[in-house]
Design a protein around this ligand. Sequence first.
Ligand code: PLP
Ligand code: COI
Length: 362
Amino acid sequence: MQISTTPNPSQVDDARLAEILANPGFGTHFTDHMLTVEWTPEQGWHDARITAYGPISLDPATAVLHYAQETFEGMKAYRHEDGSIWTFRPDQNAARMVRSSRRLAFPELPVEDFVACVDALVEVDQRWVPRSSTGEGAGEKSLYLRPFMFASESFLGVRPAQHVTFMVIASPAGAYFKGGVRPVTLWLSETFTRAGRGGMGAAKTGGNYAASLAAQREAIEQGCDQVVFLDDQEFRYIEELGGMNLFFVHADGRIVTPETGTILEGITRASIIELAGKLGYPVEERKFSIDEWRDGVASGEITEIFACGTAAVVTPVGELRSPRGDVPAPARTDLTMRIREALVGMQYGRAEDSFGWLHRVC
Ligand code: PLP
Ligand code: COI
């Protein structure tokens, strides 16, 4: 894929950039450039270009605004101590976007083109990749990357779009949850599910997040950080959070994580399954019920629970609140923090990349 670059003539100056990178927050500041590629049936993927970051103009009849034919990815670029910049398993994000594209009736963007697009934007905007801090919140800063694809055809008929746009934008990021690494409080939704059999649960598509918002609003009203979704058939088995996968650590060292099918196949989840196995903690992927959660915490059989995802990294889970009664926070967080450091250490180049998961951008 040929990617043209037109530099932004009015880039953020160094002083303002330093100010942003000192305290980036999450998802509020954007880099100087963005990448765009178009697709039509006649031309395939074409006109890949990096231009100044800015608003895009859409016809009010643009299909994505009506029927939500959209898919996105979330990944990060990390700066190592020596200044080099790396991404983590970008081929896995590319492959997941291909799977999401199939579910959303999109054309497929080849894995190597996806990776080339992300690399090109990160390279152009490399001064936006923060240096990782040390001490409190160490390893939290990175450049969050958001590749996304949407139906850009102006047409109100319901069918797969004949004009599709793929874009990549980038945003310097600190901790996803305010207050850094601390146990998050969860709300169990008994009203809403986010996915069902044959639905889009395994695809990373905006509709799933739209479906999660009423439940997320309930969570916020209950003073909780995130929602836990249950299965749509029995409202009994744990699926995942609005934006993270879950793991349950048992006293005997076993770890259980809900099986895939209707949940997002998290790349952090897949990586932790391998990492934990290597650390001597085998992970079982299976159905895991809310009763097992409640009883396991009560009996002390469940010692730790954690959530994981690109944005949230690895985060201990505290109390679960639910209309059926609350479940207190598990007793410990030490294995959670060990797994977190094993992952983050690799991403920031402090630990050996024994799986070959890191990809050097520049
Ligand atoms: N589940 C949902 C619903 C998510 O939005 C995310 C975040 O991307 C995850 C799980 C974790 O996926 P990953 O580890 O690939 O970021
Ligand atoms: C990610 O972790 O990349 C996500 O997309 C989750 C979202 C809550 C920001």
